[in-house]
Design a protein. Structure first.
Length: 146
């Protein structure tokens, strides 16, 4: 789920239909270390131009969420943007991502390039389109089972 502010700042959270939220799972560990060379938690940004920000493509992994039932979910940004910060609160309190996904449990803050912002946002599914797809899929599954 991407929450967009009018200044192009994008807050990455879990979508309401994500299995962690839908199945009320407990997140035990948020791993920002993607591999030996990439650790999102070490992202250091400075200045008005956000120097030092890690550039992310749509499928770059932001973090991995490890749940108490052994399941692991990779979170991707869904758009091309600079990583401004990760939510370091999740390192010490990982279940915030499930308890308060739209406030203190956000995953990361991203900033798109000015010239690409509209194009990137148009590629995304709107909340209305998302719920229509979810409800449509649920209705289709219900009809298939009858």
């Amino acid at each position: 789920c991407i929450l967009e502010h009018s200044n192009r700042i994008c807050l990455i959270t879990l979508a309401p239909n994500h299995p962690i939220l839908k199945q009320k799972k407990t997140v035990e560990f948020v791993d920002f270390k993607i591999n030996d060379n990439v650790d999102r938690a070490t992202n250091k940004v400075s200045g008005r131009l956000k120097r030092g920000a890690q550039w992310l493509n749509t499928t770059a992994v932001l973090c991995n969420l490890k749940c108490s039932d052994g399941s692991v979910y990779s979170v991707v940004p869904g758009l091309k943007a600079n990583l401004i910060e990760v939510n370091e609160l999740l390192i010490t309190n990982p279940n915030l991502v499930a308890e308060q996904p739209f406030s203190s449990g956000y995953i990361a803050i991203l900033l798109t390039k000015i010239e690409d912002h509209s194009k990137e946002m148009k590629k995304l599914t709107t909340e209305q389109e998302f719920w229509l797809k979810v409800n449509g899929d649920l209705n289709k599954n219900t009809m298939d089972n009858d």
